[in-house]
Design a protein around this ligand. Structure first.
Ligand SMILES: NC(=O)c1ccc[n+]([C@@H]2O[C@H](COP(=O)([O-])OP(=O)(O)OC[C@H]3O[C@@H](n4cnc5c(N)ncnc54)[C@H](OP(=O)(O)O)[C@@H]3O)[C@@H](O)[C@H]2O)c1
Length: 302
């Protein structure tokens, strides 16, 4: 039987399936969160940069589900690396809650806090305004202060390659509880997932369906497995991550899909092996912002 939750290195349980909220528009995300929580989800993945946290909070309240029964994640944006304590306060205020279950560094890319844009500051030549004076080690110290403050019960990272994590672990007092990365059969990142699991860092799969207009949903091998179980391709992609011990964060604002996506099925060893190997035919990364620095991921350019 597929597990319904995993454990963080803090000892806290984390529900295996969470609702993603990126690109969920104002006017639709509160309803999506409400529908999810009223249909079994107990885990919401949010971020300051998504610009919709106030509505996510509204959805949590409208659901009638107790705050303490929901696992809420948010993320420190790139322009906030110098002051995670102030940034977490802003998240809590937007969401209307008084602690996060997990707070992640969204990208290992510090951007100028006082540049020409609060979210994506650029230099006059059009390149990203990277905060060259700052280090990720110092960002992590700030995250550790957030943990000590109780405003987040666990802290972690997102979009960290093994090389970036190895660097972080040289000075970190707290081992990150999670690393949220792009994971699906066209980008399974087997080596990175194994490294994380060996270190007690829980991998989380973002864009598990392949994000918007995904070719994964129509891949004949995935469709064949879905048909064998009389479910949709989405269920196969979501269940695949749970089967490999990975938290999975499908996004939808469509009622039927939100409800369908929560159904995790048991895949056979042969089906898992097909899904594990699919990247040998097609390798594809859907989320690859042009930061102008090398994040040291394999297959960044695919
Ligand atoms: N840490 C990071 O840097 C990072 C980056 C990307 C994503 N994330 C997180 O991960 C979450 C998921 O990633 P994502 O939003 O990129 O993409 P995703 O969950 O892989 O795919 C979402 C897309 O698939 C559609 N969809 C959902 N369920 C479906 C189903 N059963 N059948 C067919 N289509 C379906 C959705 O449409 P509708 O909504 O119209 O139904 C939407 O267009 C995000 O929302 C966010 O919380 C984090």
């Amino acid at each position: 039987m597929a597990p319904s939750s995993f454990k963080l290195n803090t000892g806290a349980p984390i529900p295996a399936v969470g609702l993603g909220t990126w690109q969920s528009k104002p006017g639709e995300v509160a309803e999506a969160v409400k529908i999810a929580l009223q249909n079994g989800y107990k885990h919401i993945d949010a971020a300051w940069i998504y610009g919709n946290q106030a509505e996510v909070g509204e959805g949590i309240r409208q659901s009638g589900v107790n705050r303490k029964d929901i696992f809420v994640t948010s993320k420190l944006w790139c322009t906030q690396h110098r002051d995670p304590l102030a940034a977490v306060d802003e998240c809590l205020k937007e969401l209307g809650i008084d602690y996060l279950d997990l707070y992640l560094i969204h990208w290992p890319v510090p951007l100028a806090a006082n540049g020409n844009d609060p979210k994506f500051p650029k230099r006059p030549d059009g390149s990203r305004d990277i905060d060259e004076e700052w280090t990720i080690a110092k960002t992590w110290e700030g995250m550790e202060k957030v943990l000590a403050s109780g405003k987040a019960r666990a802290i972690g990272v997102s979009n960290f390659s093994q090389a970036f994590l190895e660097d972080l672990l040289k000075t970190a007092k707290t081992v990150p509880a999670a690393n949220q990365i792009e994971l699906h059969p066209y980008l399974p990142q087997h080596d990175l997932v194994k490294y994380l699991q060996d270190k007690g860092i829980l991998p989380q799969a973002y864009s598990p369906l392949g994000s918007t207009d995904s070719p994964l949903l129509k891949d004949p091998k995935i469709v064949k497995i879905a048909e064998a179980h009389s479910v949709g391709s989405g269920n196969v992609l979501i269940s695949y991550q749970v089967a490999r011990g990975v938290v999975v964060l499908p996004k939808s604002v469509t009622e039927k899909r939100i409800i369908d996506n929560f159904k995790v099925i048991d895949l056979t060893a042969d089906e898992l092996s097909v899904l594990n190997d699919l990247h040998k035919e097609t390798t594809k990364r859907f989320v690859k912002p042009e930061w102008g620095i090398d994040l040291k991921f394999d297959n960044w350019e695919t």
